[in-house]
Write a protein that binds this ligand. Structure first.
Ligand code: URA
Length: 243
């Protein structure tokens, strides 16, 4: 159970004072009744938006919340980097949510594809920890034809990226064309895929993530679109991992 004023402030509807003022107008309705006392306690569950409306619209989903986004090219995953961020593709109010939403790992400005965004810390850590063995799959368009030994080099688990002291975990390369390959990795080091291809004398011209665990980026989700991750999709992420 949570007090309405605290709950709505944490969902970004305004300060507790602003929420109290909103309540006095009769705009906050729980189970069909206008709630004017924001000390009123409501049960927190995924079904809350079916019972609580604000100005006639279902309340935003409470935490824990995980989103599945088709990240478009040209947006960054960090609040701190300059430029337009993935958070600007979400409702404005969500920037004030507590706990805050964060991307699960990062995709570069010029990488597109499956991006998870969550306020669920344990879920985030489980996905990004190499110990969980959650596979992240990328399709890379390359500047130069593949040499032929890349799959063996990546599978060996001995590749050392420039400036690092630990070799990369084994990764799986599938050749899709002369200058096109699919690469599955379980780590998420800085610019990892681009640096792996650089280490074998190539250059990534375009990069797209199409799968995390056994969760595929849905075809129906156009670049820039997002929706709430379903429990089945969440389970698919860990379907073949060890943690
Ligand atoms: N590896 C990269 O180099 N860039 C990404 O965006 C993701 C993985």
């Amino acid at each position: 159970m949570a007090r309405l004023d605290r709950l709505l402030a944490n969902l970004g509807y305004g300060s507790r004072k602003e929420v109290q003022a909103l309540a006095r107008t009769g705009a906050i309705v729980f189970d069909g009744q206008a709630i004017k006392d924001t000390g009123y306690k409501v049960p927190i569950s995924a079904e809350l938006p079916q019972r609580l409306t604000i100005g006639g619209a279902p309340v935003d989903p409470p935490a824990p919340l995980t989103l599945l986004m088709h990240k478009p090219l040209g947006v960054v995953c960090s609040h701190r980097e300059p430029g337009r961020s993935v958070y600007e593709l979400l409702p404005r109010r969500w920037r004030a949510r507590m706990p805050a939403l964060s991307t699960v790992g990062r995709l570069d400005l010029d990488t597109s594809g499956l991006l998870l965004i969550t306020d669920d810390g344990p879920f985030l850590h489980r996905v990004i920890s190499p110990r969980s063995h959650v596979a992240k799959r990328y399709v890379a368009e390359l500047a130069r034809p593949l040499r032929g030994d890349e799959a063996a080099v990546f599978a060996a688990g001995e590749l050392m990226l420039e400036g690092e002291t630990d070799p990369l975990a084994p990764a799986v390369l599938e050749v899709l064309g002369e200058r096109r390959a699919r690469l599955t990795i379980i780590e998420g080091r800085y610019h990892q895929v681009r640096r792996m291809f650089a280490a074998v004398g190539n250059h990534v011209e375009a990069l797209h993530r199409d799968r995390v665990g056994r969760l595929d980026l849905p075809d129906a989700l156009a670049p820039g679109e997002w929706r709430i991750l379903t429990p089945d999709e969440q389970a698919a992420i860990f379907a073949e991992s060890e943690a």
